[in-house]
Design a protein around this ligand. Structure first.
Ligand code: CAA
Length: 379
């Protein structure tokens, strides 16, 4: 880290320790999200990290952004996820929105006054996102949106939604992207999902019944929605990977601290070689994941974003988070299974990271398609 990054992360760490950490066990049990924590992250300037200053962003790099998400995730995976999904919405607006859309929607998101959400999945269209069935039928001055969206992160607490719906025929070419605001007539929320992890981050269904969306709230032209979704997800996946690194780092930290002070057979359990090997392997995996995340982030900072590397980072870092948090629970043993220590919470949160923004099986599909293309182009 350079001096600027050290200062930034040091300040942020202090905020997370004071404002987030004390609430996490309670809020995880209650499924409670605190808007004031998100607003506080906004005051630290970390809710619009990579966005241009012109729209209230911090104008920083993806590498800086990944360091920030890693730090927040060490205290709370769900708050890091809320920041990352809202940031993905901002990136979509910045990359695909027109001047009026950026000016209208970005400042409230970059400042952390409001949250953004991304609505692609449907009950029968998860991995096969292009099979979505929600429709946007043309009407005078805009569209009538009908259908439902499932498993939407930040549903109900977000104000600005990027919603994908079908304006044309089957497949990816019939999909368009729209900006929809909380409170729009015909837009309601389904029940809050009861989840194994990310409990402080609400996940709900979105229901659209003849919801009017004005022409000016369509992103790009009709039929370009799938490109908008995939372009956003490339970046979002690196953010999820950075959160995986933070989650794993916290679990490793808890394991080392606990094993140095827990005595069995008249010695700290850290001194047993069986546990030393586990923790050495955990630290190698965490470091390898961090390096991969930074390589993917550097590609996003360059003129040549590498979509394959983004998927590789997501796959590696979130599988690492799952393995390392599971091992952490094992090292802590009985207390590891209780809420006295946070490792079981991080283990539950890690599982969700392997599924969102494209399951880790989908990441392998994306990687394999790139490999095939690369080899075919050399043939
Ligand atoms: N960037 C830009 N465009 C892309 C792209 C990318 N990374 N990847 C594909 N495209 C384009 C293709 O070029 C193609 O365009 P043309 O037809 O114009 O050539 C179009 O998209 C369709 O591409 P494919 O034929 O490859 O599409 P597919 O139907 O085979 O699906 C897939 C590909 C990778 C499997 C995709 O469906 C996918 O990523 N599925 C997973 C869905 C997903 O990640 N959902 C996450 C939900 S959101 C979430 O979890 C957020 C949250 O709240 C936490």
């Amino acid at each position: 880290m350079n001096d600027f990054q050290k200062e930034l992360i040091g300040q942020l760490s202090k905020y997370c320790k004071e404002a987030i950490e004390p609430h996490m066990e309670h809020d995880d049990a209650e499924g409670k999200f605190r808007m004031e924590i998100f607003n506080g992250l906004g005051e630290y300037g970390v809710t619009g990290v990579t966005l241009p200053e012109e729209f209230g962003g911090a104008g920083l790099s993806y590498t800086d952004y990944c360091l920030i998400l890693e730090e927040i995730a060490k205290y709370s995976v769900p708050y890091a996820v809320t920041v990352s999904v809202s940031s993905m919405v901002q990136t979509i607006l910045n990359n695909f929105g027109n001047a009026a859309q950026k000016a209208k929607y970005l400042p409230a998101l970059t400042s952390g006054a409001e949250i953004g959400a991304f609505a692609l999945s449907e009950s029968h269209a998860g991995s096969d996102a292009a099979a979505l069935k929600a429709t946007a039928k043309k009407t005078e001055g805009g569209y009538l949106l009908n259908g439902t969206k499932m498993w939407i992160t930040s549903a109900g607490i977000a104000k600005t939604y990027i919603v994908f719906a079908r304006t044309g025929g089957e497949g990816s070419k019939g999909v368009s992207a729209f900006i929809v605001r909380d409170g729009a007539k015909g837009f309601t929320y389904g029940k809050a999902e009861k989840k194994m992890g990310w409990k402080t981050s609400p996940t709900r269904e979105l229901v659209f019944e003849n919801c009017f969306v004005a022409d000016e709230d369509r992103l790009l032209e009709e039929g370009k929605g799938f490109h908008v979704a995939m372009g956003g997800l490339d970046r979002g996946r690196v953010a999820i990977a950075a959160i995986g690194v933070g989650c794993a780092t916290r679990a490793l930290d808890e394991s080392i601290k606990y094993s140095l002070t827990r005595n069995q057979f008249k010695q700290p359990i850290f001194d047993f070689q069986g546990l030393q090997f586990m923790m050495s392997d955990m630290s190698v995996e965490v470091e390898a994941s961090r390096l991969m995340v930074h390589a993917a982030a550097a590609s996003l900072d360059s003129d040549n974003p590498n979509s394959k590397l983004c998927s590789m980072a997501k796959l590696k870092a979130t599988d690492t988070a799952m393995k390392v948090t599971t091992d952490a629970v094992q090292i802590l043993g009985g207390v590891g299974c209780t809420s006295e220590y946070p490792v079981e919470r991080f283990m539950r949160d890690a599982k969700v990271l392997q599924i969102v923004e494209g399951t880790n099986q989908i990441q392998r599909v994306v990687i394999a398609r790139h490999l095939k293309k690369e080899y075919e182009s050399h043939a």
